[in-house]
Ligand binder design. Structure first.
Ligand SMILES: NC(=O)c1ccc[n+]([C@@H]2O[C@H](COP(=O)([O-])OP(=O)(O)OC[C@H]3O[C@@H](n4cnc5c(N)ncnc54)[C@H](O)[C@@H]3O)[C@@H](O)[C@H]2O)c1
Length: 279
């Protein structure tokens, strides 16, 4: 592929996921992708990563990233995702979104997307079974329940837990700390339960806003766990599906499962490859 046919890609957020994706784009996708730049609120994070990895990528601001790229990978935060969505919706660009809670938190964003031509990819991230939910959404999906259990380290410093369960760090047994809908889960755990928003997006493929009533979330803290666990119970007329995932936390960030960056890597692979497996 000649240089001018390469997709021009920027990465927003040079943390656990962003660094992985930059390494993958640089090492394995350079036939297809040109890295326009990387953007992070903490410039020194990029500098340290460049020193450690030996990869040099231009450091850019959000404006340049947006203006000069065909595709943007958001691996930063919900506020970054919200800003990107607002600025990119009228464009014909592509956005891979990790902080998926942003899609749920602001209904007006979802509404304005109907008229926009932005193409948004929501990777499976830390969970599996999105294909089953999406397929059933085209038939008769009746309910999706996400039960997530995390070790206390995966939920450290969350105001919701500090206020309601100040002693949760000392819990000896598993405790349910939240039960409710996706919007409330995202509001209370903005950095920890993006997967709930991802499931809702899959359910919304055919059900639109009504999907809000189909997806329920239960969050548990379990001091005996070393991994994040997700159980997804999916019910529909055409199939009942149960998925269980035991995720290994990333070494750099216990809030983020190692599977997440790999799922973005697979998505990029799928975008560029002729063989597209999985719906
Ligand atoms: N969809 C999923 O399944 C899933 C799974 C894990 C994490 N996530 C989400 O993905 C995002 C990235 O996760 P991570 O583990 O790489 O986090 P991280 O904390 O390791 O890295 C995030 C980086 O983004 C930077 N950043 C934050 N806000 C920014 C902004 N407005 N502009 C530019 N840079 C900004 C931070 O300085 C940091 O370097 C988080 O929002 C996280 O909640 C989603």
């Amino acid at each position: 592929m000649c240089e001018k046919n390469k997709k021009r890609i920027s990465v927003i957020g040079c943390g656990t996921i962003g660094q992985h994706i930059l390494g993958f784009l640089h090492g394995q996708m350079n036939r297809y992708a040109e890295i326009v730049g990387v953007c992070d609120l903490e410039r020194e994070k990029i500098v340290h990563w460049q020193q450690r990895s030996g990869i040099t990528v231009p450091i850019v601001g959000l404006k340049t990233a947006i203006a000069e790229s065909d595709m943007i990978v958001e691996a930063a935060s919900q506020s970054a995702a919200e800003r990107l969505l607002r600025e990119l919706i009228p464009s014909r660009k592509e956005l891979i979104l990790l902080s998926t809670g942003a899609l749920i938190r602001h209904e007006e964003i979802l509404e304005s997307m109907k008229s926009g031509s932005l193409k948004i990819y929501v990777p499976s991230g830390a969970v599996c079974g999105i294909d089953g939910i999406g397929a059933l959404s085209q038939g008769t999906l009746t309910s999706v329940k996400l039960i997530t259990a995390k070790p206390p380290a995966g939920l450290k410093g969350i105001p919701y837990l500090r206020e309601r369960y100040p002693d949760i760090d000392k819990a000896r047994e598993e405790r349910i700390v939240f039960e409710g809908n996706v919007a409330d889960a995202i509001a209370n755990f903005p950095k920890n339960i993006n997967v709930a928003a991802t499931l809702l997006c899959a359910a919304a493929a055919a059900h639109g806003a009504k999907a809000k009533n189909l997806v329920k979330v239960c969050m548990k803290v379990n001091p005996h766990l070393t991994q994040n666990m997700h159980r997804i119970e999916i019910e529909g007329k055409e199939a009942n599906i149960t998925v269980e995932i035991r995720n290994v936390p990333s070494a750099a960030n216990p809030k983020t499962s190692a599977l997440t960056a790999l799922s973005v890597q697979y998505l990029l692979h799928k975008i560029f490859s002729g063989l597209k497996t999985g719906s």
